[in-house]
Design a protein around this ligand. Structure first.
Ligand SMILES: Cc1ncc(COP(=O)(O)O)c(C=O)c1O
Length: 363
């Protein structure tokens, strides 16, 4: 008997193909591939090594950047939230890491005349054009820009950037307003610019500029909010397929309650399949009855509460499924976007939440 526990099958070919789709949409832009949060749950070093075509990598934490350097990655790496402490700046210089500057504290630290670095740092200056999360106010731009340009600690070729809040919605004018404000703020400067996340790569070509910053699309997931723009229609293929197997298949009678709290009650004779995956593996605890699970080419509904290590599925009275058969929770054949809807979350969260006990199989 060999039963499979929760396994994330990583399709490196799909990653490379998704990169090509992105490149076709923005042929004149350099690509900063966003690898934060363990490459959206896909494995930081693995994804970096599979993407030699990328021009740079973006991470959120210094630890992530250092892990990439330790793994032998020599490409430019940008800290997308900048430094959290001035003491990190010499570490950036030694490891050839680039940083965003988005607040006064970071500006003061990096332009401190007492700071002595092995080499000047490459900076991406982040302007808040409407998301109101990170970034300097447009009216402060000249002051920041001049202070950075005059500092010996900062390399001359500062990249000017911002981030979109609503690019996934093509009907929303916020994106056009953000682009217009960005252009007004940086006009007259001959510096590289960067605005586009995945949704903007896909839908707002006027924002591609010199650098695009896709994350989600790389992993084969649609960044768009409208259901018609699904991954398949965009030519994207899932990089992760999350699988497990039935560890029990059993017949039950009408009136049987299944799982914790007896939260689901059968109204007919049926077959219940128990899959070795649960919230301890990153399967969402809030997935509701009816969340699809893929087995032997058919979608069957999740029933009852998600447990730590198991979920239960209604296979129907005449099911022929056997213990050991493979089950797909999302990925090839079942979009993570669809599962996310049932769990009232977004695909980003499902991908990032896959836990360490899930086996990884690279194909
Ligand atoms: C600054 C920045 N750029 C780009 C991205 C990539 O976004 P997406 O995964 O939607 O392409 C992110 C992710 O949130 C980000 O924070």
């Amino acid at each position: 008997m060999t039963l499979r526990t929760a396994t994330a099958v990583i399709d490196c070919r799909a990653l490379i193909d998704n990169f090509s789709v992105i490149k076709k949409q923005a042929p004149n832009s350099q690509v900063l591939a966003v690898l934060k949060a363990n490459a959206y749950g896909h494995g930081l070093e693995r994804i970096a090594k599979t993407l030699p075509q990328a021009d740079a990598f973006g991470v959120a934490r210094l630890d992530e950047a250092l892990a990439l350097r330790t793994a032998g990655i020599v490409k430019p790496i940008v800290l997308l939230e900048g430094v959290f402490n001035a003491s990190e700046l010499p570490v950036l210089a030694v490891n050839n890491l680039q940083t965003i500057v988005h607040n006064e504290e970071q500006l003061e630290s990096i332009t401190d005349p007492c700071l002595s670095l092995d080499k000047s740092l490459k900076v991406w200056l982040k302007i808040d054009t409407g998301m109101h999360r990170l970034g300097i106010a447009p009216q402060d731009f000249q002051r920041y820009f001049q202070a950075l340009t005059q500092s010996n600690n900062v390399h001359n070729d500062i990249v000017l950037m911002s981030h979109f809040s609503c690019a996934d919605d093509v009907q929303n004018n916020t994106t056009l307003n953000q682009i217009a404000l960005f252009e007004r703020t940086v006009q007259g400067l001959d510096h590289a610019r960067s605005l586009a996340n995945s949704a903007a790569v896909n839908s707002w070509p006027q924002s591609h500029y010199e650098w695009i910053r896709p994350g989600l699309m790389l992993y084969g997931v649609s960044p768009m909010s409208c259901v018609e723009s699904n991954a398949e229609s965009l030519g994207l293929k899932p990089v992760i397929t999350l699988q497990s197997s039935w560890i029990a298949v059993r017949k039950i009678e009408p009136g049987c309650a299944v799982g914790y709290g007896g939260a689901w009650l059968s109204d007919k004779k049926t077959t219940i399949g128990v899959v070795a995956i649960g919230y301890g593996d990153g399967y969402p605890r809030h997935a509701v009855n009816g969340t699809p699970v893929l087995v032997n080419g058919r979608k069957v509904p999740l029933i009852g509460r998600v447990s730590m290590d198991m979920i239960t599925v209604d296979l129907g009275e005449h099911s022929t499924e056997k213990v050991g058969d493979l089950v797909t929770l999302w990925g090839d054949g079942l979009a993570v976007e669809e599962v996310a809807e049932y769990a009232t979350t977004i695909p980003y969260e499902l991908l990032c939440n896959i836990t360490r006990r899930v086996q990884v199989q690279v194909k």
